[in-house]
Design a protein around this ligand. Structure first.
Ligand code: PHE
Length: 453
């Protein structure tokens, strides 16, 4: 069976697909608003440190587990350990993929919905974020609108994954990622050339340290996981289609670089525009759907830029969603010998159904809450704030402590001999981060999510 397993066509194919997974709503919707709420530049700085000392070492580990075993998260741990405990870690990843995709597709649907609304001209007459807010409430308040676009977004995701690793995921990423980059460059140029843009740039580059506290550090760290798609086996699964000729360290570095670059570019595009219009950078989750439409309405050619922006969001969300579905599909294809098509239809279908109460959380079911959280909030919280950090913690512990170090080094040096010859100190540093720094910091994030610290 192993010889028939699918593979990326090239190293670039892996990089674009993995960067596609990493770059998503997290970069363009979430990062700008949490940076805005937590004081801008100082937060960005803390975030960059988290990416470097936790995100990067854990990303190498996750891709490495996949590349070495050439299996899905469950099969990978089973092959390396034979222990039920670790196999269940892999299984939790599959469950996290299931959960994240169900609500991610709802927001992904909104982005397509906003592309359509822009084309219909609904966004062109706003004078204030409040007016844009009224439209947003009306749209998200409609069960037909939210479920309808969830269906379209999910349908696209299933369509791509069904076409396979090379023919679907790799091929679509090779088209969508360059388009995404070009759109982002255009939007950034537009932002920088607006009058008053410098205040937006200052917000991102001039730190105000008084805004940094324990809470914002934990938010930055938690986001480092989400944005790099860590802790649930997405990178592991993508790594499992990677060739042993390529360097995992180098690939991980490129993914981190692209993900970070794109988050920062999105920050520049968004904050220059928000500040130029004199609006509030700390508007929270509505920054993209309420503040930005008002910004676009006030600029020349605004409809065109709004269209580009929501297209950008939709592409980013789609390339992430396919990686989430692929984790679940890979499990059934590898472990249960299902056909790809069957796995996509049956499990895709179930995830789609689980997404419906999330879509309804903004309308018909908005009053159904548990500890003040809607269904959407609960699934998001459990997956993003509990399962991802937990998965990341386990991966760091596994590669740092459980997997024999000599075997880890053989695996990681495969395809990267020259790198390890040139930088022999890298091994020691990587292990210090995996063994001590990552576990301690991730445990803090977890305890914080659970309300303990
Ligand atoms: N990294 C994606 C984003 O930033 C989200 C994601 C998380 C995708 C986990 C896959 C796995 O939007």
């Amino acid at each position: 069976m192993l010889q028939n397993r699918e593979k990326w066509g090239s190293k670039l194919g892996f990089i674009l697909a993995a960067a596609g997974s990493a770059v998503g709503l997290g970069n363009i919707w979430k990062f700008p608003y949490i940076a805005g709420e937590n004081g801008g530049a100082a937060f960005v700085f803390v975030y960059l440190i988290c990416i470097a000392i936790i995100g990067f070492p854990v990303l190498i580990s996750e891709i490495l587990i996949g590349r070495t075993t050439q299996k899905n998260p469950v099969g990978a741990f089973a092959m390396l350990t034979n222990s039920k405990l670790w196999v269940s870690v892999g299984f939790l990843g599959v469950i996290a993929g299931f959960m994240i995709l169900s609500f991610y597709s709802v927001i992904g649907g909104w982005t397509i919905g906003y592309v359509i609304e822009t084309l219909r001209g609904s966004l062109s007459n706003f004078h204030s974020p409040e007016e844009a807010g009224v439209l947003f409430s009306a749209l998200s308040g409609s069960a037909t609108w939210t479920i309808g676009y969830h269906t379209i977004f999910f349908g696209l995701t299933m369509f791509i994954v069904m076409r396979g690793v090379q023919g679907g995921i790799e091929k679509s990423s090779k088209i969508m990622m360059p388009v995404l980059l070009i759109i982002l460059i255009i939007l950034m140029m537009r932002g920088i050339t607006l009058e008053g843009a410098s205040r937006g740039l200052a917000f991102l580059w001039v730190p105000d340290w008084s805004k940094i506290n324990g809470q914002s550090i934990l938010i930055a760290l938690g986001h480092a996981f989400f944005t790099l798609s860590l802790g649930m086996g997405a990178m592991l699964t993508y790594g499992s289609y990677m060739s042993k000729k390529d360097s995992v360290v180098n690939a991980a570095a490129q993914v981190v670089f692209l993900d970070t670059l794109i988050a920062l570019m999105a920050g520049v595009a968004i904050f220059t525009a928000v500040f130029a219009s004199g609006l509030d950078p700390a508007a929270g989750p509505g920054l993209i759907f309420q503040t930005l439409p008002a910004v676009f309405a006030s600029m020349t050619g605004g409809t065109f830029f709004a269209l580009l922006f929501f297209l950008l969001l939709a592409i980013a969300a789609l390339t992430s969603a396919i990686s989430l579905l692929e984790v679940v599909v890979a499990y059934f294809v590898d472990e249960k010998a299902w056909s790809r098509k069957r796995a996509v239809l049956i499990f895709g279908g179930l995830i789609y159904i689980l997404g419906i109460p999330s879509a309804l959380s903004f309308n018909l079911m908005s009053d159904v809450t548990f500890y003040d959280k809607t269904f959407f909030d609960i699934v998001d919280f459990l997956a993003s704030n509990v399962l991802l950090p937990f998965g990341g913690l386990m991966i760091a512990i596994f590669v740092g402590w459980i997997w024999l170090r000599s075997e880890v080094m053989i695996a990681v040096k495969t395809g990267a001999e020259s790198f390890f010859n040139a930088y022999p100190w890298f091994e020691g540093l990587w292990f210090i981060f995996l063994r001590f720094i990552a576990p301690v910091l991730i445990t803090l994030v977890l305890l914080n999510s659970l309300g303990i610290v």
